[in-house]
Write a protein that binds this ligand. Sequence first.
Ligand SMILES: [Zn+2]
Length: 145
Amino acid sequence: MSQRTKMIAEIWGYRGWNVTSVTYERPDGRIVTLIEGFLLPADVKIVLHVERRWTSRCANCGAITSKVHEQLKARRWRDLPWAGREAEIEYAPVRVACKRCKTTNVELLAWADPYQRQTQRYQQHLALETASMPVQHVAALHGLD
Ligand SMILES: [Zn+2]
């Protein structure tokens, strides 16, 4: 891991997960290449590509389980903005076969509850904002429908 990705992983702040790379994307999904001496346009978002460091866990019961039932496609979760810039996490989770609870579940993720498309901390942030302003204002502020 380079010094840069190590630093980004520390800021990101989930133990047991590494940030393997960072990409920058325009709203239409096009990748933006960093050019030294030029600042990123304000509408470019940060995408953190991450990987698990340790054995997977069952999201249903929390048991450590190394039996992979199925490799799923990469997904994204919206995270708190980074310095005002939209940020997303990209990861391809696995579905694990849990011996303890005898189910197959998507693995436990440090940042999000099952079936959610936003990180827990982003959801908490939105909840706090809706406590102090109308929901429509919060949605407009974050570009949510
Ligand atoms: Zn389980």
